[in-house]
Design a protein around this ligand. Structure first.
Ligand code: ATP
Length: 489
């Protein structure tokens, strides 16, 4: 039986108690929207990243990797449009000083209220051009609306501050999300650089380098997995939205005259869905696709869809898929005044390739995995994580901690498995055996091996399955092949 109420609170508490993630800089009062990953979290994060890399780079013949610098030239972000357009519309409560994203304030309000009541209010407000407002109410989304329109919506509905419940806001203002960094000792424009706001630009500015230094041919992708930085202000919801996060992005370059973008788009949708369901083991009923409306979509994109996950705080974007045309390469070609076209070896045609971009936040994947696998009943709390992702693959216990023969044998098995299994293997002799099982269930360890008195007689051990709690007894010499088959290692 899954206890769904307060699910987020339970997950946040479990994550801290069992070493998945801790609030960042906790010792000194914290830095909002930052997290540190503990011994369990770092394993889970790494397993997700490795699986992503395996799935989208190593197992494909048409994708190569890249690891670009986090500190990058200001001109990259000017050319990409981020210094101007990469901004959140923020609003301050004059009463309690809460600063909040205007789109979040409105969308949460729209979610919580009856659509027909809201439409009636809009009708009464203005008989003029209200189609965009109506659409916002119907779709519960306001992306793409101007700051002025957001101000109007907040005014029409007299939306209260979620903190102090007063309706007394400043006007909506735009705040840029990029983190500037000052290089060297000279302050001023020359020394200004930015921490990258997305990994994608690394692929565009290195496009020519990759083409010139490898044997790639269109269509092909460049993949990158690494930190991005955004000066976000939205608090809460654990690692869903943080100031720095791991992004996994692929720019898939193609010639639109030779490759049908719609087919390519559908292929990527399928690959993303497969990774989430078969790779990460997420339940299909908790995932859905949502296509961006014309207002929401960037002006250069021909189609954008989000893969959304049903978090306890609603269906939210997990993974974006966008057909960005050749907007980015065009921008960089113009700004850098360097020719970024490539020549088709057969037709000799010059091509500035188009891209389809799947972009995901690995930390959001991690939060999704925790939410999707969390189970609780009267007896125990279990993370039913796919064995591929589990932070601890196997735990080995001596039945009793005060019997040197048992402890010695358990240690021997532990060291042997540790040398063979790719992943974390634990040895635990603390507390009673029941408590040890419960502790491993909470972090999602798929198998626990117990060394008991019979082990000393016949060289067999018990293996307990996390999900069924059933135990089987097998010979020590067969342990590794049994586990490698079940763990898919
Ligand atoms: P959102 O609308 O949630 O701010 P976005 O549309 O700005 O996201 P993209 O720029 O498309 O996001 O980034 C791709 C992915 O990176 C997102 O789908 C999300 O999983 C992740 N992501 C973006 N911003 C953050 C953040 N601040 N913290 C964690 N993950 C993030």
């Amino acid at each position: 039986m899954i206890a769904m109420d307060n699910l987020m609170d339970k997950i946040v508490a479990l994550a801290k108690r069992r070493g998945f993630m801790y609030p960042g800089s906790d010792l000194y009062g914290g830095v909002a929207n930052t997290y540190d990953y503990g011994p369990m979290g770092v394993e889970l994060l790494r397993n997700i990243k490795n699986l992503w890399w395996k799935y989208f780079v190593h197992q494909r013949a048409d994708v190569v990797g890249l690891d670009a610098s986090l500190i990058s030239h200001q001109k990259i972000w000017e050319a990409s449009g981020h210094t101007k357009g990469f901004a959140d519309a923020l609003i301050d409560c004059k009463n309690c000083k809460l600063r909040i994203r205007a789109d979040h304030l409105i969308e949460n309000y729209l979610e919580e209220h009856d659509t027909d009541d809201l439409l009636n209010l809009i009708e009464a407000f203005d008989k003029g051009q209200i189609e965009d407002l109506k659409k916002a109410v119907e779709t519960k989304k306001v992306e793409g609306l101007s700051s002025g329109r957001l101000d109007e919506i907040i005014g029409i509905f007299k939306i209260p501050c979620p903190n102090c419940k007063k309706h007394d806001f400043t006007k909506v203002r735009k705040f840029n999300l990029l983190f500037p960094v000052q290089l060297g000792i000279v302050e001023g424009d020359q020394s200004l650089a930015y921490l990258r706001g997305e990994t994608a630009q690394g692929m565009f500015v290195n496009f020519k380098n990759v083409v010139d230094s490898t044997r790639v041919r269109l269509p092909f992708g460049i993949a990158q997995l690494g930190k991005s930085f955004r000066n976000e202000i939205t608090p809460g919801n654990s690692v869903f939205r943080t100031l720095e996060f791991e992004q996994g992005e692929i720019e898939y370059f193609f010639d639109p005259d030779a490759t049908n973008w719609e087919t390519l788009f559908e292929d990527w949708k399928k690959d993303m869905w497969d990774f989430a369901t078969k790779g990460l083991g997420i339940k299909e009923e908790n995932l859905r696709w949502r296509e961006h409306s014309d207002e929401e979509r960037s002006f250069y994109s021909k189609r954008t869809e989000d893969l959304e996950y049903k978090f306890p705080f609603g269906f939210k974007e997990l993974w974006g898929l966008a057909y960005r045309t050749n907007y980015d390469l065009t921008q960089h070609q113009e700004a850098s005044k360097k020719d970024l076209t490539i020549v088709d070896p057969i037709t000799n045609k010059k091509i500035l390739p188009h891209v389809i971009e799947p972009a995901v936040g690995i930390n959001r994947l991690l939060l999704m995995v925790l939410v999707d696998s969390f189970k609780q009943d009267e007896k125990r709390t279990v993370l039913s994580i796919s064995p591929k992702l589990a932070p601890v693959k196997v735990a080995v216990f001596p039945l009793l901690a005060n019997k040197p023969d048992l402890v010695e044998k358990a240690k021997e098995i532990y060291l042997d498995l540790k040398s063979k299994i790719s992943g974390f293997v634990a040895l635990d002799a603390r507390g009673n055996i029941g408590k040890r099982y419960l502790a491993q269930d909470e972090v999602g360890t798929p198998f626990c091996i117990t060394v008991d008195f019979q082990t000393l007689e016949d060289q067999t051990v018990t293996i307990r399955d996390r999900d069924t709690t059933e135990q089987v007894r097998i010979k020590i010499e067969n342990l590794y092949s049994y586990l490698s088959d079940k763990l898919k290692i």
